[in-house]
Design a protein around this ligand. Structure first.
Ligand code: IVH
Length: 664
């Protein structure tokens, strides 16, 4: 009977590997169940042949009081991080400077929890969490329930294998669905769910959680006669361990970067979460030469995908007053990395939002950044409260001018209604000078504020009188002759900007950069627009009632006409030249720009595309023909990918532009 029991165990183990690791089952579920039932029956009948590694023992059931602490034989290190191309290339350069050219192995950074498993005599004996790297917890019973992990391997000496236990996206979704139905708190993400499952004292709960694992590291690989990391992965793969299928060797770091860019998109289609790409020097002897710092290996690095959500401390709330007088509450945050940048402030939108989300000063808050939009606070982590948090009371006066803040009925926003409020003046002048408007280099918010305080800038048209304050400006601390000359030249140059830039700069309510272009292209001259009636305006595509009203109201004010006259007198251009379209591969296409472009501003790229006959829109839909993406591109790129829309990296876009220039 012992023979039959062993035969059944061997068969079931083999079918487990075929099904869970190789994704190639060779028997039906019914046949598998039949063998399993037979084995359970025999083990009950002949308890003397029981084995803790029998496939029947993988359904869990044992309940522990606590996890035993286990000292790792070899420290479980973490990895150093890089967040962009420059940092990755700098890491690679440090390596090649030290040891010459190397081969890199790039692999997915699985977002789960690190695990060390040990085999003796070809038998699975123990699974230990990473813990603090020195001491972890014995979670053998729970890890045993992961069906893709072999319980028996052909290698008979002692061997430790490391990898990541994770929860597949599908298991995570169905687990949370179940928890919702039971009114239980949902898990925030698959990693937390996997960690929570592995820390279950009742192994049948862990078994129900449908975890899985990838294996990516054999410590002291040389002891098994292996000479490269990739060889070690193939070795364990042959023994039945699941090795991630995206693992690839490269000799050039440029190609590693291409792989990272590809995986940044591809990760959305993977059935498990990855939070980056790990790059390892392949050759063990070179790994040894490079060695370790106190904390991390020097021969490996983790490139982290830009996180789109982060948790940090909300230290305070402060109000900023915009050019329209709108008073926006903002969170002052303990700086945190988010979507590729460091974020120290985020918008809280308005008073209602703070109340609805119950955000308090001193809260740990979740912040979110979608694409290129400014970061916002999406909520507090209520569990982290310790009683010291203070609810925010919206101020009744403007922090800049001290005049009352007013909240109109039906509006969520507060406004400073003082049209002489310095914050309003400074912001409207800074907006006029900003890159997408009149593009006056050297006249940013700080300078405008300084000049306003000195009394030289009170209205937009004062910009063109700055020359009369030459000596005073030059007397300012840190304002050299060169900066002054550059500023005056930028002011002079902006006078010839096309009408749409001027319109946008004026900051007419409801009229953004796009509407400004539409209006300028339609009316061609400022005077024609000033005289336009609502009836005519609403016939223009994309100009609705509200915008039309706002335009007519704006031009009906005396102050506006005075301002325009002054600008005319200063020599500011009031016309839109007729644009002739340059035929190119972009002509006639609907294009979306996303992510942060490194070599041009968003508006420069848009201008280029529009000159070449493309329509640039803000959101990806079925009508989109092409998405051009820069660094840290997020949901728009994902959507393009899901809809099967053509995508183009900034590098490829550059090549086309350069090609065109050199063809000229
Ligand atoms: S290698 C000495 N490879 O990322 C080598 N780690 O931030 C140590 N991780 O603690 C790890 N996928 O939990 C390695 N393909 C991969 C990985 C990976 C995920 C985790 C691991 C590690 C953490 C470091």
């Amino acid at each position: 009977m012992k023979e039959r029991i062993e035969e059944l165990r061997r068969l079931i183990n083999q079918y487990n590997i075929e099904y869970h690791s190789l994704d190639k089952p060779t028997v039906s579920d019914a046949e598998y169940d039949k063998l399993m039932r037979e084995l359970i029956g025999l083990e009950e009948e002949f308890p003397q042949y029981m084995d803790s590694n029998s496939p029947t023992q993988r359904v869990g059931g044992a309940i522990l009081d606590e996890f035993t602490k286990v000292q790792h034989k070899r420290k479980m290190m973490s990895l150093g991080n890089v967040f962009n191309k420059e940092e990755l290339f700098a890491w690679a350069k440090r390596i090649t400077d030290e040891v010459g050219l190397v081969e890199f192995c790039a692999e997915c950074k699985i977002d789960g929890l690190a695990m060390s498993i040990e085999y003796r005599n070809g038998q699975f004996v123990q699974a230990v969490t990473r813990g603090d790297g020195e001491v972890g917890e014995d979670v053998t019973l729970n890890v045993k329930t992961i069906k893709s992990i072999p319980m028996n391997i052909p290698y008979k000496e002692e061997v430790e294998i490391r990898g990541e236990v994770y929860m597949p996206k599908a298991s995570f979704e169905s687990l949370n669905e179940l928890r919702r139905a039971k009114d239980e708190q949902e898990f925030a993400n698959p990693r937390n769910a996997a960690a929570g499952s592995i820390r279950q004292l009742d192994s049948s709960v862990a078994a129900s959680r449908k975890l899985n694992a990838f294996w990516y590291h054999v410590p002291d690989g040389e002891t098994y006669d292996l000479s490269t990391h990739y060889e070690s992965l193939m070795w364990i793969k042959d023994m039945g361990f699941v090795v991630n299928e995206n693992t690839t060797l490269f000799t050039r770091i440029e190609d590693v970067w291409d792989f990272i860019e590809r995986m940044t998109i591809e990760r959305n289609n993977l059935p498990y979460e990855i939070d980056g790409i790990v790059i390892k020097v392949n050759d063990f002897s070179i790994q040894d030469r490079l060695g370790y710092t106190v904390k991390v290996p020097k021969w490996a690095i983790a490139y982290k995908f830009p996180a789109e959500e982060a948790v940090t401390l909300l230290e305070d709330i402060f109000i900023t007053v915009g050019r329209t007088g709108k008073a926006t509450p903002n969170a002052k945050l303990t700086p945190v990395r988010l979507a590729g940048t460091t974020v120290a402030a985020a918008t809280l939108h308005n008073e209602d939002m703070i109340l609805q989300k119950d955000v308090r000063i001193g809260d740990m808050v979740i912040i979110h950044k979608a694409g290129d939009i400014i970061p916002e606070v999406i909520g507090s982590v209520v569990e982290k409260r310790d009683g010291s948090q203070i609810p925010y009371i919206f101020p009744t006066t403007c922090p800049d001018c001290g005049m009352p803040l007013h909240r109109f009925t039906d509006e969520a926003a507060h406004y400073c209604v003082n049209s002489n409020c310095p914050a309003r003046i400074v912001n409207s002048i800074a907006h006029f000078a900003s890159r997408d408007a009149m593009n006056i280099d050297g006249l940013g918010e700080k300078k405008v504020e300084q000049f306003h305080k000195a009394g030289w800038l009170n209205k937009v048209d004062d910009i063109f009188k700055l020359e009369s304050h030459r000596d005073d400006i030059l007397a300012l601390d840190k304002f050299g002759l060169k900066s002054y000359d550059n500023l005056i030249e930028a002011v002079e140059n902006c006078k010839s900007n096309p009408l749409d830039k001027l319109l946008f700069g004026l900051g007419i309510r409801q009229v953004g950069a796009k509407a400004s272009r539409i209006l300028a292209n339609h009316f061609k001259t400022m005077d024609a627009l000033i005289n336009a009636k609502v009836e005519e305006l609403v016939t223009i595509d994309d100009i609705g009632d509200i915008t039309a009203d706002a335009i007519v109201t704006y031009f009906s004010e005396d102050a506006t006409i005075r301002l325009i006259d002054n600008l005319k007198d200063s020599g500011v251009n009031m016309n839109q030249g007729s644009d002739t379209v340059i035929e190119s591969c972009f002509t006639g296409k609907v294009i979306v720009l996303t992510g942060s472009l490194q070599r041009f501003s968003r508006s420069e790229a848009q201008e280029y595309l529009e000159k070449h006959g493309a329509t640039v829109t803000g959101s990806v839909s079925k009508k989109t023909d092409l998405v051009i993406y820069g660094e840290a591109a997020g949901s728009k790129l994902e959507k393009a990918n899901t809809l099967g829309i053509e995508i183009m990296s900034e590098d490829e876009f550059m090549k086309i532009i350069e090609g065109e220039v050199s063809n000229d």
